[in-house]
Design a protein around this ligand. Structure first.
Ligand code: ADP
Ligand code: MG
Length: 237
């Protein structure tokens, strides 16, 4: 019965299709029950456009260059797939980092951590952060104990990659750069170049930004192996 419904939908004109798509709920997306519960607990019902368009290809392992203005919901667009991939991979503390998220400032890292807390509340995988200006040895201890989803500022992350023994990164599945435009503005290009050298080559890379610039394209070249899927959400759509 469901199949028939789908077929009918596909036959409709593009405009009608767009409207139908906009009305979908998280429940209708391929998201595991643990995360559905987290979304429910937060009162989130419908995905925003960037979430609706990014989550399925992200879960399929595609490299993505996502572009949508501030406030469009980019955090959940990468947090939901990261949490789900960790669950699917049955990550345990000893497997180390499976999802790595880089953000340009400490404040942003802490904001992303709040989202990690509620999205990952119903699954066993661990999460944590490393940021400049805090106790490095305490961070190193956490990393050695096994952080499955790690949120970090570039400088401190590179420091740990270079100096923290027992920091397991070889199982990394996805690498996310949030606010890539600001990462570049803050002068972290060199750190990023170095960081990428420590990451396993066989991984998924996802880059989110609020603006589209020449430098983002350069960063994309540095981070992606092949041409990523471009997902742009603009006001006129
Ligand atoms: P961006 O990173 O694109 O600037 P955020 O991820 O910070 O946007 O989200 C902006 C705000 O929208 C946050 O307060 C967040 O909780 C809220 N939000 C995100 N996704 C949804 C959704 N699907 N439904 C309702 N609110 C949402
Ligand atoms: Mg954001």
């Amino acid at each position: 019965k469901n199949q028939n419904k789908k077929k009918t939908k596909n036959k409709k004109k593009k405009k009608a299709n767009t409207k139908t798509e906009k009305e979908i709920t998280f429940k209708q997306m391929p998201i595991i029950s643990q995360i559905q519960l987290s979304l429910e607990q937060q009162g989130f019902v419908k995905p925003t456009e960037i979430q609706r368009r990014s989550i399925p290809p992200f879960l399929d392992g595609k490299d993505i260059l996502g572009n949508a203005k501030t406030g469009s919901g980019k955090t959940l667009a990468f947090m939901i797939p990261c949490a789900q991939l960790l669950h699917k991979g049955k990550f345990q503390p000893r497997n180390g980092v499976g999802a790595l998220i880089i953000a340009p400032t400490r404040e942003l890292v802490l904001q992303i951590m709040k989202v990690a807390e509620y999205i990952m509340a119903n699954q066993p995988q661990t999460f944590g952060h490393v940021i400049g200006g805090t106790d490095k040895s305490e961070e190193a201890r956490k990393l050695r104990n096994g952080v499955n989803l790690l949120v970090a500022t570039p400088g401190r992350l590179l420091d740990h990659l270079q100096n923290t023994r027992g920091f397991v990164i070889r199982n990394l599945q996805c690498f996310v750069i949030d606010e890539a435009d600001r990462v570049l503005e803050n002068g972290f290009e060199e750190e990023l170049t170095q960081i990428v050298k420590y990451l396993p080559k066989k991984r998924q890379t996802v880059l989110f930004s609020a603006t589209q610039t020449r430098r983002i394209k350069d960063l994309a070249k540095l981070s992606f192996k092949e041409k990523p899927m471009y997902i742009g959400v603009h006001d006129d759509q």
